[in-house]
Design a protein around this ligand. Structure first.
Ligand SMILES: Nc1ncnc2c1ncn2[C@@H]1O[C@H](COP(=O)(O)OP(=O)(O)OP(=O)(O)O)[C@@H](O)[C@H]1O
Ligand SMILES: [Mg+2]
Length: 331
């Protein structure tokens, strides 16, 4: 049995198709990442799998349960950490966890021992008695993850687990996520628009854009499918160069950015002199040439024709980050 299996899963909001015909299988014990820009359909997809949103078309099973017909069974087997904070600022860490466990009907002795375990998993044992309003953003996020684990879920959905957090805190949360995946054997499905997060955490990644999953594979395989090195060249006259490189047989692909061209080539180092020659032939002087291996950002560019660079989303992140730090968590 797969932890998750979807067939043609689709969600439409009037004219907009937020999730389009997604076929996906996630194995037990995987950390699967859905990587895509703002509005790609990541949250909508996760909401359908966690029974919070009814699919328009298609089917899915989570831990063997049908998401349309066996909602209670699905809910029993999943934990969910939402994109926006959902913990109560006026309660302590321990009280938040206890409240959640009561809603799941856990007995008192079970609650006490499980609270101890999950606090330990996210490194918050020392802070359990502190009011949430005194937690940092990263601590709140960890408590939310702990809460999602309280009732021993088989599958944990994490919607943008490190959104709006600083790089160091993000790195710590990655360590906790890896640890709980290993120790609790919980299957994890996370969404992110951070390339490094997907690269670091996920056993496989699905790249999603405009509701469609364009490709699914391991981070390594995705980078290797590009197969090539990338040569970044800068010069004053990029128009002339773009055309010139487009005509060279050793250039497999040319992508244009504001101030540079990125050429996809084999054996990058050996192509540096060729790049210089080509530019000279067309009377253009290169101001810089550099060689690098493909990143997931390049993979994203290859499949979607656009970059998912963080500046595109940073403003939204900052707003959400501020909301999180100031704790709008009374729901
Ligand atoms: N309840 C809704 N009603 C109408 N449109 C919606 C609703 N929820 C989402 N959408 C639209 O569906 C699309 C996908 O949204 P979704 O929230 O799933 O994206 P996302 O990938 O999670 O983005 P982000 O990275 O910003 O969280 C967007 O165009 C969004 O505006
Ligand atoms: Mg979202």
């Amino acid at each position: 049995m797969h932890a998750i299996e979807t067939r043609g899963l689709t969600k439409k909001f009037d004219a907009l198709t937020a999730v389009k015909q997604v076929d996906l299988q996630v194995a037990q014990g995987e950390i699967f990442g859905l990587l895509g820009p703002n509005g790609a359909g990541k949250t909508t997809f996760i909401k359908m799998l966690s029974t919070l949103s009814e699919p328009t078309e298609g089917d899915a099973r989570v831990w063997g349960h049908d998401i349309r017909r066996e909602k209670d069974a699905v809910r029993h087997d999943i934990g969910m950490v939402f994109q926006d904070p959902a913990v109560d600022d006026r309660l302590t860490g321990r009280e938040n966890l206890d409240f959640h466990a009561r809603m799941y009907g856990m007995k008192k002795t079970d609650r006490i021992s499980r609270i101890g375990e999950v606090l330990d998993l996210v490194g918050l044992t020392d802070k359990a008695g502190e009011l949430l309003r005194n937690y940092s953003g990263g601590m709140k996020r960890r408590l939310e993850i702990a809460r999602g684990l309280m009732h021993f879920p088989r599958v944990l959905f994490l919607d943008e687990p490190t959104l709006g957090l600083d790089p160091q805190t993000r790195y710590h949360i990655w360590e906790y996520i890896k640890g709980l995946n290993a120790q609790e054997q919980v299957t994890i499905v996370l969404t992110t628009h951070y390339m490094e997060e997907a690269d670091e955490l996920c056993s496989r990644i699905g790249i999603i854009d405009y509701g469609s999953i364009l490709v699914i594979d391991t981070p390594e395989a995705l980078k290797n499918t590009l197969g090539n090195d990338l040569l970044t060249v800068k010069a004053a006259d990029l128009d002339a160069l773009q055309q010139a490189f487009g005509n060279e047989s050793w250039v497999l692909e040319v992508n244009r950015f504001d101030s540079s061209l990125v050429l996809s080539v084999q054996q990058g180092e050996e192509k540096v002199p060729l790049a210089v020659n080509t530019a000279q032939k067309h009377g253009v002087t290169l101001t810089s040439v550099s060689v690098r291996k493909p990143t997931l950002d390049d993979v994203f560019l290859h499949y979607t024709g656009k970059s998912i660079r963080e500046e595109d989303v940073s403003e939204k992140d900052q707003i959400r980050g501020r909301m999180r730090m100031h704790g709008s968590g009374r729901r």
